[in-house]
Design a protein around this ligand. Structure first.
Ligand code: ATP
Length: 199
């Protein structure tokens, strides 16, 4: 499922709609300090469902919207699209090409789209997790991440392996099911109490 295209529009320093094409082989992005190289990897993580503004070097998710410069007014919307070649069906979505879009407005409204259809953030996260990647997986290694991994505790390092092996998705599903089960058990207790009162 090669990433073939990244479209940034109003995301951080990318005020103008910018399309980056990824061809076969390795793509290198070079530029002076502060020119926006890290913003590109952050844009990719953002579309994949990154929910921590801090890990995108902001305090609020709206900080990803172009904040204005000496020559340009701030924008009211940020939008990023990832386009994958999905002929190998590694993404569990039945289409040869899959485009995933995340959009946020200054009002705080935000949405996710898969092939132009509105979905929830958890659908996008699940789509990626099923294929063994996530916003924090080793598919994207940011500055300082290698040191962080080497210095992490064994339990934290185990999470990295679990994610790469595709186990993390099942663990999350298990936690969701356990929460649901607990809610149902609480409801049953309440119903039994009510039945006893009525008897
Ligand atoms: P380095 O080589 O030093 O790591 P870089 O090329 O990776 O730099 P980035 O860190 O991606 O650069 O980009 C930082 C630039 O993005 C800064 O100039 C910053 O002002 C700009 N920037 C970040 N957020 C926004 C925003 N919301 N609106 C406008 N510009 C922004």
């Amino acid at each position: 499922m090669p990433l073939t295209e990244l479209v940034l529009d109003g995301f951080k320093s990318f005020a103008e709609k910018t399309t980056i094409h990824f061809n076969d082989g390795i793509t290198g992005i070079v530029g002076p300090n502060g020119s926006g190289k890290s913003n590109i990897t952050e844009a990719i993580r953002w579309v994949m469902g990154e929910s921590s503004a801090k890990s995108l070097r902001g305090t609020n998710m709206k900080d990803v919207i172009f904040a204005g410069s000496q020559y340009r007014k701030p924008l009211n919307k940020a939008e990023v699209t990832l386009v994958f070649d999905n002929k190998d069906r590694e993404l569990a979505f039945d289409a040869d090409q899959v485009s995933i879009t995340r959009r946020i407005l200054r009002s705080g409204d935000s949405e996710f789209l898969i092939n132009n259809q509105q979905v929830r953030m958890r659908d996008v996260r699940a789509l990626f997790l099923d294929s063994g990647i996530s916003p924090n997986s080793l598919a994207i290694i940011s500055q300082g991440r290698v040191d962080q991994i080497l210095n992490s505790r064994p339990e934290q390092r185990r999470l990295i392996f679990e994610e790469a092996a595709g186990v993390l998705h099942f663990k999350q599903q298990k936690e969701e099911a356990q929460t649901q089960l607990k809610k149902t058990q609480d409801n049953l207790i309440r119903i039994n109490d009510l039945v006893k009162e009525l008897e």
